[in-house]
Design a protein around this ligand. Structure first.
Ligand SMILES: Nc1nc2c(ncn2[C@@H]2O[C@H](COP(=O)(O)OP(=O)(O)O)[C@@H](O)[C@H]2O)c(=O)[nH]1
Ligand SMILES: [Mg+2]
Length: 230
């Protein structure tokens, strides 16, 4: 397991040493129980994880360009760790020239006792092994979708949703992001087009605004059903 995964990571040319180190730490522990601290050991944060009574890990996923890095930047109280690499996708060049290859990480204090740690997974399917790695011990999933549903956005979002649903991962909240844009579809329409089950909330989102981003976190933290990947 360790070698396979590390080989995969090398193969996908994740050169960022901090990520590589955090993954090495994680696998050399042989334990999956506390992925947060394993990841955090390589993350420069302003406070020690033991400064908080409760540390909650939440996954942030979504197709390429859906706003994952933005969402984490908006909420994080520390300089977010991002592992973006340049890409050359002509079609979207005007919009965005980097993409997340390993993970994004950010942290904020939710209340006096609780720190929320946000882990953003790469959008691309070829990095889906990172979903599994980062999903361990996570309290829930925030799935961002660019509500304009451009090109293969719908298919990618569906693929991510299916991945987590098939592993009984819950709670999940789907965010119809970029509601400030005039051609954004409303949450009901997104719910219909993605075929989201009734029990999964679909909410409007502007990942550039902290009150909006915080709504998604609150929904995850208030959900009863808490199953996580093991
Ligand atoms: N107008 C608008 N742009 C957004 C919003 N959220 C993210 N973006 C922009 O969408 C682009 C892609 O976001 P990014 O976070 O890099 O996507 P990622 O690939 O999922 O990490 C960036 O230019 C963001 O600034 C939003 O709520 N409104
Ligand atoms: Mg990103």
């Amino acid at each position: 397991m360790m070698h396979e995964t590390m080989n995969l990571i090398s193969k996908y040319r994740i050169y960022k040493t901090s990520i590589y180190k955090s993954m090495s730490n994680f696998f050399s522990n042989g334990k999956t129980a506390n992925l947060i601290s394993a990841n955090l050991s390589a993350v420069q944060s302003d406070g020690n994880i033991s400064d908080y009574d409760e540390n909650i890990k939440i996954l942030v996923s979504g197709p390429y360009g859906s706003g994952k890095t933005q969402f984490i930047k908006t909420l994080s109280e520390i300089a977010p760790l991002t592992t973006e690499e340049n890409i050359t996708l002509d079609a979207k060049k005007d919009e965005k020239v980097t993409t997340t290859v390993a993970m994004d990480y950010g942290k904020f204090q939710f209340n006096k006792q609780t720190a929320v740690h946000l882990f953003g997974t790469p959008g691309q399917k070829r990095f889906d092994f990172m979903r599994e790695i980062l999903g361990i011990g996570a309290r829930g999933l925030i799935l961002l979708v660019d509500a304009r549903l451009h090109e293969d956005e719908q298919e990618q979002a569906r693929e991510i949703l299916t991945y987590f649903e098939s592993r009984n991962f819950s709670p999940i909240v789907v965010c119809a992001n970029k509601q400030d844009l005039s051609d954004a579809l409303d949450p009901m329409e997104i719910k219909k087009r993605l075929g989201v089950k009734d029990e999964i909330a679909v909410i409007p989102m502007m990942a550039t605004r902290s009150e909006s981003a915080l709504q998604a976190v609150k929904i995850i933290l208030s959900a009863d059903a808490q199953k996580t990947m093991h």
